[in-house]
Design a protein around this ligand. Structure first.
Ligand code: KIV
Ligand code: ZN
Length: 385
């Protein structure tokens, strides 16, 4: 089975989510939990962006030993120097340098010709090689770049010393099939690529980040970048907890695995949500409040008889202690009775009929019926005292 390496950028791209600002202590707390989760690589920040980010990356590089630590740098000496200042304490200093390669970015953002872009990228990689044993190079906006140009620049940066080539879908534009074809093209047209780790970095603007990352895996990519809870610039990045669980559950299809300790997922998601203030939507896959909740009577009845009728992921797998039956207007007698039994009530058929009628009436005015509501209802209907 293939082992896919996971590269977490919650502390860099994730922190670029509008409204998110983590201090050094918070970043360190998240990094430690990412280490417990079994993350292979942690992108701890962008050291040249601020003094506090440099300090945070430095602190993480000194403390976290079971995950590789990296930091982002533009293709300029000052950024690479700052990255070294932050990462020199790490067990295996690793830098992530990037430069845009799409016509639109080269013309409007960089104001450089394609040849100048190649020269800048090569010089940056050579400069980084003076300090760093491991260099990852990213072609920003790779998915809107011209493929022959992308292949050319990738070949040049490999010759200059890059060991990992990352192909970001910076603006979340690509489809899974097209993304896979880019990797196939590079594998067929770049000299030296067979000795390189290929990496995927996707954004979720069209809701395809996880699907695109999975397509990359199907096309020979062995490193997937993403974040916890899918945080990140604009609509966010590949949600790594979704990707890892998809590989686990559909192992029959992908024949690939990650090093994640899956039952640490929920704890990690909660910590990231609490410290960033980014609330996880209730219906979010794997970590949302409703991901293991069942409301419809038919579903509740099925799950009470046999969980796998409506649950493809067991909540315990990702560290959620139990699935939950949400009592609401779609719930049936089976789930209702079973909750009352859990609360310690034992009702005759007649009492159950009476209570079920009162419960259904209550759902006309209240969306979710809690245990406290049920206890109050039992008192009101004089079934319990
Ligand atoms: O989305 C992107 O292109 C990035 C790069 C800096 C890797 O985040
Ligand atoms: Zn990004």
């Amino acid at each position: 089975m293939r082992r896919i390496s996971l590269f977490d950028t919650t502390l860099r791209d994730g922190e670029q989510s509008p409204g998110v600002n983590l201090n050094v202590k918070e970043k360190l707390e998240i990094a430690r939990q990412l280490e417990r989760l079994g993350m292979d690589v942690i992108e701890a920040g962008f050291p040249a962006s601020s003094n506090s980010d440099l300090l945070a990356v430095q602190e993480i590089a000194k403390t976290v030993k079971n995950s590789s630590i990296t930091g982002l740098a533009r293709s300029v000496k000052g950024d690479i120097d700052a990255a070294w200042e932050a990462l020199k304490y790490s067990e295996e200093p690793r830098i992530h340098v990037f430069l845009a390669t799409s016509p639109i970015h080269m013309k409007y953002k960089l104001n450089k010709t394609p040849d100048q872009v190649i020269e800048t990228a090569v010089n940056a990689v050579k400069y980084a090689a003076k300090y760093f044993p491991v260099i990852q190079w990213s072609a920003e906006d790779a998915c809107r770049s011209e493929l022959p140009f992308l292949a050319k620049i990738v070949e040049e940066v490999i010759a200059a010393g890059a060991k990992i080539i990352n192909i970001p879908d910076t603006v979340g534009y690509i489809t899974p099939k097209e993304y896979g074809e880019i990797f196939k093209y590079l594998q067929q047209n770049v000299k030296g690529i067979e000795n390189i780790t290929l990496s995927s970095h996707c954004h979720d603007d069209l809701g395809m980040a996880v699907a695109n990352a999975l397509a990359a895996i199907e096309n020979g990519v062995n490193q997937i970048e993403g974040t916890i809870n899918g945080l990140g610039e604009r609509a966010g990045n590949t949600a790594l907890e979704e990707l890892a669980v998809a590989l686990h559950i559909r192992n029959d299809y992908y024949n690939a695995t990650t090093g994640l300790v899956l039952n640490e997922i929920k704890r990690t998601s909660d910590l990231v949500s609490n410290l960033t203030g980014m609330i996880v939507p209730a219906n979010k896959a794997v970590v949302g409040k409703n991901a293991f909740a069942h409301e419809a009577g038919i579903h509740q009845d099925g799950v009470l008889k046999e969980k796998t009728t409506y649950e493809i992921i067991s909540p315990e797998l990702v560290g959620v202690t139990t699935n939950s039956m949400v009592l609401g207007k779609h719930s049936g007698r089976h789930a209702f009775k079973s909750r009352l039994v859990e609360l310690g009530y034992s009702l005759s058929d007649e009492e159950l009929n009476k209570m079920f009628k009162a419960f259904k009436e209550l759902t006309e005015t209240k969306k979710e019926i809690t245990d406290e509501d049920l206890k109050a209802l039992m008192l009101e209907e004089k079934v319990a005292t």
